[in-house]
Design a protein around this ligand. Sequence first.
Ligand code: HEM
Length: 432
Amino acid sequence: MRSGFGNTFGPIFTVYLGRTPIIFVTSASLTHASLVEESRLFADRPLFPSRKLFTSNFRNINSSPYGPFWRLIRRNLVENVFAVPNILAFRPARLHAIARIISNIRTVAKQNQGAVSVYPTIRLGVFEILLFMCFGYRMQEEEILEMSELLLSVGKLAEEQILDIVPLLKIFRPGKDKADGTLRARQVQVFTSRFQKYKELRELGQVTRGSYLESLQRMDLTTSEIVTLCSEFMLAGTDTTVTTLEWAMAHLVRNPSIQSKLYRHIRDVVGDRPVEEADLQHLPYLRAIIQETLRLNPPGHTLLPHAVSEPAKLGGYDIPCNAIVMFDILTMSRDPAIWKEPLMFNPERFMQLEVDMTGSKGVTMIPFGAGRRICPGLELATMHMEMLIAHLVQTFEWSNWPAGKEVNLAVKQHFTVRMKYNLKASVKERAG
Ligand code: HEM
């Protein structure tokens, strides 16, 4: 099990790929010194040429250079869409999607002697919740599948960023530019047809107010930019959340006593009825399980690439403006100097310890980043993960499939760092 690059190469080191310096920061204190104490300086992003097309010329939140446009679109997301009353307005969509996931699990289990592949069974439900928040109306099954397949193709391009750093590698991807152009045209066409449907339903008073699309249409943005921003919302929120859920379920399958403790904890607090959002604040053990999962298996082992807006110094190193700065957060969250028995899955540690995942007072684990570029979806994602784990464990008992076979924790880098072998588990309906 990897503990991060830091153990091998030290707290900060540079690798050259072609002419581009890539500076890896692996220490928690240097991460705090840069992302929190010098937050403004380290809040820029490198501009990868291959992303120009799919980001409408770097006009989405994650790729936009630090500046007024970034501030405007980020503030819109945080203050309008992610405001608590607005999130609560989408509660019916969440409950609908959770019910669908549970029903899918029952169907799949029935067809496969009790066995369920966790990732694919959960993914569409999480995607559906975000689609609803993005567009304000419930899409038909085939529309959801079309959007999902389309965005999986768009998301795959993020895995090809190496081509920007070493352009020579492009010879292994002949026809890439043409294929990208075709995909972008399809993305714009499919999204535009959804915008049209939104307009029709809105005129009939049949949309949930407060969607991301509604907020974006109030701003001075082009259709292409709105397509890009809606796509980012879906891409940033789906696989990060589902990857973490799969890891959490893997740990619960590997640790039946922790799973039983969670089940009893939920029963003690809420009784027999399904967990609701208002219960979450009374379920610290549930939160501890999510935190421990994010510590041991953050869906990104590094943050998104950062850059400095002017030449800087960090840990005695010069950081030039053309450098790509990578924060290796896995090293920090598995650092034995910070965490006792760091490779052990032990949610109890969070029952005794108040951990600030935003890193503002000091960095120990920052699965959502820290400073100005911290993930704006932190609270929404946490709520979705807690609700889903609670319902999955309330409804079913999860165990190894086939019985006696250990869960394999090998990793694979996709858009997120996922389980190399999709978790397949056996589910048994709980008595009630
Ligand atoms: C378990 C779930 C999630 C994790 C672990 C996660 C993690 C992260 C990380 C590590 C970053 C990069 C921070 C940096 O570069 O410093 C990020 C950025 C971002 N995330 Fe998330 N994320 C999650 C869910 C979500 C959700 C649900 C949304 C929205 C629907 C979202 C939207 C974004 C956006 C827009 C950015 C770019 C922020 C910026 O550059 O200013 N994320 N996230």
